[in-house]
Design a protein around this ligand. Structure first.
Ligand code: PBG
Length: 346
């Protein structure tokens, strides 16, 4: 567009042509890749990504997860390849989910020292002691009904206070096995306090708690429930997870978890909740983790497989957006891909 037309549209009073061309021009700083790289405000770094793993009871098992292409349920004896990839790509940390041999009403597999998660923790620590091992603490993978806590015999609702000692037991089992961090995700009130007290009593005062403080009742967990075989057999999780329309409630949840002794906070999902990430970042000083969940992964994967999106660009854009919103660290099923792409770029 000729400059004169431009100025006419803006109805700017006559300016000297010199003045017209000498003002701010943001494009100056976008001219070359080197300039853009120099001036990038937000960096993506493999050192701030966490790689989730699904560990299944048994031996010799590698079962691809259909709704999460590229991810596989593995028995502990088949984890080595993942651990070696994580090390080679410079990823610092893994987050473990377990699929037990058997489920029951109380989810007792969650604290079985011979279960998949404690065994995986020990095996990872033997193979690569520097990897930060985080264990998800919840009952939904271990209960026959698929809820995140035990059920009240009379009402059938998830019983908050009866669930707390069970979560605490699971956390201690993972700490005993060598976990660096436990990450309670059941959304029971006071779970952080219960776990902190149990860890301290068991001599694990050095084990940190990453609280899923702000976990929404989200449709974007769909593929995960296939992966972890943890879909509730009846009802949903709206009586314990947050309502997607709320942000003040998210800040209250985070404040309670800070008071209860959380070392790190999490917002989950990430992409649809970037405003929440920002608000939590502004209000709290603890390290903030955002979880780009299974449904976010599946959407990007599906569109990329159809050729509707450029996978690499779309994924890196989604991750830098989460960092820009205020997350220090991102849990993402793209961790290995992103680490590889970032390496190729540098
Ligand atoms: C366990 C748990 C869930 C996720 C992480 N921990 C599922 C749920 O609450 O239903 C979801 C992760 C994802 O979708 O990637 N409670």
């Amino acid at each position: 567009m000729p400059r004169d037309v431009d100025m006419d549209i803006l109805d700017v009073p006559a300016l000297h042509s010199a003045a017209r061309t000498s003002g701010p021009r943001p494009r100056r700083l976008r001219r070359t890749a080197a300039l853009r790289s120099l001036l990038g405000e937000t960096r993506l770094d493999a050192r701030q990504l966490i790689h989730p793993l699904f560990v299944r009871a048994g031996r010799g098992i590698e079962r691809p997860i259909e709704s999460m292409p590229g991810h596989t349920q593995r028995s502990v004896d088949r984890l080595a390849v993942e651990i070696d990839d994580v090390g080679a790509l410079g990823l610092p940390s893994v987050l473990l989910f377990g699929l037990p041999g058997e489920k029951d009403d109380t989810g007792s597999g969650a604290w079985d020292a011979t279960g998949p998660v404690p065994q995986a923790i020990a095996s990872i620590k033997r193979r690569a002691s520097e990897i930060v091992v985080i264990a998800d603490v919840c009952l939904c993978e271990y209960t026959s009904h698929g809820h995140c806590g035990v059920l009240d015999a009379e009402t059938g609702a998830v019983a908050n206070d009866a669930t707390l000692p069970l979560l605490a037991r699971a956390a201690v089992a993972y700490a005993d096995a060598g976990a660096d961090i436990v990450a309670p995700s059941a959304m029971m009130d006071h779970q952080v306090a219960a776990i902190r007290a149990a860890l301290d009593d068991a001599g694990h005062s050095e084990v940190a708690i990453l609280s899923y403080a702000v976990k929404y009742a989200s449709a974007f967990y769909g593929p995960f429930r296939d992966a972890a075989e943890s879909a509730p057999a009846f009802g949903d999780r709206r009586a314990y997870q947050l309502d997607p329309s709320n942000v003040r409630e998210a800040l209250r949840e985070a404040a309670l978890d800070v008071a209860e002794g959380a070392d790190m906070l999490m917002v989950k999902p990430a992409g649809p909740y970037l405003d929440v990430v920002r608000r939590v970042r502004e209000q709290f000083d603890l390290p903030l983790v955002a979880y780009q969940v299974s449904g976010e992964y599946a959407m990007l994967k599906a569109a990329a497989e159809r050729g509707w999106l450029d996978e690499r660009r779309a994924v890196l854009e989604s991750l830098v957006g989460i960092r820009r919103a205020g997350a220090d660290v991102i849990i993402t099923y793209f961790a290995k891909d992103a680490a590889q792409w970032l390496r190729d770029e540098s």
